[in-house]
Design a binder for this molecule. Structure first.
Ligand SMILES: Cc1cc2nc3c(=O)[nH]c(=O)nc-3n(C[C@H](O)[C@H](O)[C@H](O)COP(=O)(O)O)c2cc1C
Length: 222
């Protein structure tokens, strides 16, 4: 598969087949993704791959914590900036509408939308959950480089017939996950990623997100 094909094909997969990902495939995927660049070659990321009982334990933890406190726990690094501005605000709104449109859940049905969103906290039934960990002392550069590592995983997954969904939603459980996953004193969870064989019949996977045209985000100066 060409890189351009992997980029075109990659999408956030929010429904997976009940089919395990063999351990050797997972190991080889992560080993290849480790070739991702990072400033100073710091390789600032760490990843914990959860399957089976350890994945279920995180799902159970999330269910218990969110039942008591649906808004989740405080983090000093929120997923989005406060009062998101244009054009980003509209783009976020549009992709949400497109997804719930594909699922047939209207805007007025807030309960159904929230219920569906809760699938995030079951990793959309993916057989593998990757948890990306970063040292709290790292700066914005190292966060960006960790994102490159994640994108490498997502593209390699395409080549292997796998699908991914990056999941920053787990940020609302950072303190609990830090304890549960036994992270180091200065470590924190950045993001999760659901990984598995995509169920392309799932309505959630029928949605293809849009992108701004070239002239909106690029300029060319001679
Ligand atoms: C770092 C990161 C975190 C994300 N977190 C979530 C998440 O928690 N739940 C979710 O359903 N999608 C999540 N997404 C998926 C985005 O909504 C998605 O990438 C975007 O709408 C573009 O759609 P596409 O991935 O299908 O191209 C995340 C994406 C990124 C890059």
């Amino acid at each position: 598969m060409k890189v351009s094909e992997a980029l075109e094909k990659r999408m956030s997969v929010r429904g997976f087949l009940d089919k395990p990902v063999p351990r050797d495939i997972l190991e080889s995927l992560l080993t290849t993704a480790q070739r991702s660049p990072s400033g100073g070659n710091l390789q600032p990321w760490r990843v914990i791959a959860l399957t089976g009982a350890s994945k279920q334990a995180v799902i159970d933890l999330a269910a218990a914590k969110l039942a008591k406190n649906p808004a989740g726990e405080p983090t000093d690094r929120p997923v989005y900036p406060e009062n998101l501005w244009e054009p980003h605000r509209s783009r976020r709104f549009a992709v949400g509408e497109a997804l719930y449109g594909a699922l047939g859940i209207p805007r007025e049905d807030k309960i159904a939308r929230l219920t569906w969103f809760a699938n995030n906290f079951q990793f959309f039934n993916a057989p593998v959950a990757l948890m990306f960990v970063i040292d709290e002392r790292m700066g914005h550069g190292q966060w960006a480089h960790t994102g490159m590592f994640m994108q490498s995983i997502a593209l390699l997954a395409e080549e292997l017939g796998l699908g991914t969904c990056m999941q920053e939603c787990w940020a609302i459980l950072r303190p609990s996950l830090k304890e549960h996953l036994g992270l180091g004193e200065t470590e924190m969870l950045y993001c999760g990623m659901a990984l598995g064989y995509p169920d392309m019949d799932n309505p959630a996977n029928q949605m293809r997100s849009e992108r701004a045209p070239l002239e909106e985000f690029a300029e060319f100066r001679d």
